[in-house]
Write a protein that binds this ligand. Structure first.
Ligand SMILES: NC(=O)c1ccc[n+]([C@@H]2O[C@H](COP(=O)([O-])OP(=O)(O)OC[C@H]3O[C@@H](n4cnc5c(N)ncnc54)[C@H](O)[C@@H]3O)[C@@H](O)[C@H]2O)c1
Length: 290
């Protein structure tokens, strides 16, 4: 996809971090926007900013983990602008702690937003794109955590590995039917956004009723430090993502220093060897030792 002016972008998680920067970049390129987020106040602030610059913006309060919300989002895009050419399945949340210490609510929350959100996006937007018969593109935000298995992040890792394989399979399926829909799976490492504070939007029904364990607290602290120290900004990620859309790049790995860890994992698999030890996030406090 090389032409953006006048075309329609739908962005989930648009109220903060990467999603807000995708929205700013898309607006700058003359796109019409459907912005979705679960945090209404922050969403309206972004919508107002971009409307003030003359961009056509529809803002929808959406929980991406809810199928009916994503169906409504697709309907709104069609109703307001006649369709969607560029979809960002981007909304995401994170929590940490040893695998056996994640509560059922942790799993439901993280998989619900990070994996089911993308599933719903694909189910509701790909048929619309196929019907439109014009050039389209989908960006699924996974993570470095979709390519390697960092300790103390089981639910997040599972969700992001899921998004990577879902994107790979979608790519193959679209190729099989000859669709003109490009796919990019975005796999960044730590970037300074609101992700370390994603519990701000955690639904009441999925909140933990017990205190955080030492491994959960250590991971929370490590994530706060690592994101604050990120060398690329959310605006850098948006710029690189639009470059990848233009160039039809499938795997977008903005932090190339991650590649040796990806290679080490694949080498372990090829050698039928147990996983090697993983360094703590950017040298910060390792997770609590048992
Ligand atoms: N920041 C990083 O270090 C990093 C690294 C790799 C991947 N990611 C991924 O990038 C994506 C964007 O996150 P970010 O870093 O910009 O964080 P962020 O917290 O700044 O933005 C995420 C947005 O998603 C929204 N959201 C949360 N739950 C939602 C739901 N149920 N429905 C709709 N919207 C919801 C939040 O309100 C927020 O506006 C996520 O998928 C995240 O996993 C982030």
């Amino acid at each position: 996809m090389k032409e953006f002016k006048g075309r329609v972008a739908v962005i989930t998680g648009a109220a903060s971090g990467f999603g807000r920067e995708f929205a700013r970049t898309a607006a700058h390129l003359g796109m019409r926007l459907v912005l979705a987020d679960v945090e209404p106040g922050a969403l309206e602030t972004v919508a107002q900013e971009l409307r003030g610059q003359g961009t056509d913006v529809v803002a929808e309060c959406v929980d991406v983990s809810v199928d009916a919300d994503m169906a409504r989002l697709a309907h709104r895009s069609r109703e307001a602008f006649g369709g969607t050419q560029l979809l960002f399945n981007n909304a995401g949340v994170a929590c940490g702690g040893y695998a056996w210490e994640h509560s059922e609510a942790d799993w439901r929350w993280v998989l619900g937003v990070n994996l089911w959100g993308v599933v719903h996006g694909i189910r509701h937007f790909v048929p619309m794109m196929l019907e439109q018969r014009d050039t389209c593109h989908i960006v699924n935000t996974a993570s470095a955590a979709g390519l390697v298995s960092t300790p103390s992040m089981a639910a997040y890792n599972v969700s992001k590995h899921g998004v990577v394989t879902l994107s790979e399979t979608l790519y193959q399926d679209l190729h099989a039917v000859g669709a003109d829909i490009g796919i990019t799976v975005l796999c960044p490492a730590f970037v300074d956004t609101g992700i370390a504070h994603s519990a701000r939007n955690r639904p009441q029904a999925l909140r933990n009723t017990t205190h955080a364990t030492p491994s959960m607290r250590a991971m929370q602290q490590a994530t706060e430090h690592a994101t604050a120290a990120g060398r690329l900004s959310a605006a850098d990620i948006a710029r690189l993502t639009f470059d990848a859309i233009r160039a039809q790049v499938f795997y977008l790995i903005p932090h190339t220093n991650l590649l040796p860890a990806v290679e080490a994992r694949l080498q372990d698999i090829l050698a039928i060897r147990s996983p090697g030890p993983f360094p703590s996030p950017q040298g910060h406090a390792p997770a609590h030792q048992p």
